[in-house]
Design a protein around this ligand. Structure first.
Ligand code: HEM
Length: 115
């Protein structure tokens, strides 16, 4: 199961890369499908994050799970997903929405590394 877990970690990091790419794309090429990139990234984070947590909680890998940390990450990631969806539906939305998505993504990176 270690290899499955490791592959999910790779997918999790690629999902984070999609979120960062989506923000940069939106700033540099406003007419590009950046909202779709952001939604894909946020969705990837939620799905791979939940799968990683499930595998670890089931004791299939030798990794401890901090449920409080995971709960906070999940709430932040779902917020990013909802905001990306709003951006997709309302392409003319102000920059504040995009900066909030960027900030929340950084918050989750910080939680992942420092908590
Ligand atoms: C915007 C959303 C998210 C971002 C940017 C993000 C970012 C990261 C990063 C950078 C790591 C690697 C940390 C390290 O190896 O030290 C990580 C690991 C992890 N994340 Fe997330 N994450 C997000 C959402 C989630 C969600 C929603 C969950 C669970 C529901 C989750 C669960 C995990 C777990 C279990 C690990 C540990 C993987 C390991 O064993 O190294 N993440 N996350």
């Amino acid at each position: 199961m270690d290899i499955v877990y490791d592959l999910l970690v790779v997918a999790h990091l690629l999902g984070m890369a999609l979120l960062v790419s989506g923000v940069v794309l939106r700033l540099t090429a406003p007419n590009s499908p950046s909202a779709m990139v952001l939604m894909t990234g946020a969705g990837t984070q939620v799905i791979t994050g939940v799968a990683l947590t499930g595998i670890a909680s089931a004791g299939l890998v030798d990794t401890d799970v901090d449920n409080t940390k995971i709960a906070v990450k999940l709430v932040v990631a779902v917020a990013v997903l909802v905001l990306a969806h709003i951006l997709w539906r309302k392409p003319q939305a102000g920059k504040g929405l995009l900066y909030t998505i960027a900030a929340l993504t950084l918050v989750n990176v910080g939680i992942a590394v420092f908590w």
